[in-house]
Design a protein around this ligand. Sequence first.
Ligand code: G6P
Length: 364
Amino acid sequence: ASYDMGGHDTYMHKEIHEQVEAVDRVLRGRIDDRFSTVHLGGLNLDARDARAVRRVKILGCGTSYHAGMIGAQMIEELARIPADAEPASEFRYRNAVVDPDTLYIAVSQSGETYDVLAAVQELKRKGARVLGVVNVVGSAIAREADGGMYVHAGPEVCVVSTKCFTNTTVAFALLALHLGRTRDLSVRDGKRIIEGLRKLPAQIAEILEQEDEIKKLAEQYAEARSMLFIGRVRGYPVAREASLKLKEVSYIHAEAYPASELKHGPLALIEPALPTVAIVPDDDLLEKNRAALEEIKARSGQILAVAHQHQEKADQTIVVPKNEDELDPILMGIPLQLLAYHTALALGRDIDKPRNLAKSVTVE
Ligand code: G6P
């Protein structure tokens, strides 16, 4: 592709910085202040259909799968519909039970990933209703789905996904709000979420202003052979995606774990040479997360926290602006995109085209 680099050295850097306007775009024209909900014209799902949904299953690969994990949590929280995400590549091979009361959602930046497309086709063959959450307009998955929403991130060139990930999580927040408002989400909570959504672009800009400090941290962490990423509930998919980003672009081994599972295994790995990145939102699990930091510190582990306030137990904290609890995951991964970027830069990696990877995998 030959899109203008706009003064940036890499597409990844450009795309990270485009997130302020990209998020503005996914919101534009969709918010309905009168009824504290959102208009999603392409869903092809009327209020009765929406109410008939008993379960939501989200399918995607790589970064899109992680965006789907965040989406599933938002749908459970805001609409109280049981929801989960699964790699499409696994789903299509396990002869899954296809249930007519489940709403299936296929997530894909390119709209061309073969594993996702094949899962959609198999679902449709079995009579399921499938929506697409897709970036590329008119792509195969968008055409195959019964309806859906475009995430309007604009063209993404770097192999590793950044702005499209963020926009997909925002799209899921809109969908969760919409489903919630056909059910028991109150007008007041609808308003609260809408206000939170409107704050996102400015808050992203605030995070991006910390780039110089994050760059310094990255230069330090570039020496690590391996890194652990932890988060709990809302923080866990954020940890997963941050770990994937670091692996893909810097080739440093990284592993993500739920913070709650530390004591069931990964604590054995903690030592000064294995830094931990901890996602610590200021929500009802804050004390639990602080206890996890203490466990790590007691074993001389180094900790970088991404949090809403300075964390005493951490060696460094990247402070991100607080939004509504349900929307926090949208923002918490953004500084870690910059961390992955600057780590890869310090190591001289081929940032826009990491070895062995392709932007979209359109074959079996
Ligand atoms: C490839 C890319 C990943 C991407 C995944 C899914 O593996 O390298 O960055 O997340 O495909 O792509 P999609 O276009 O379906 O979101």
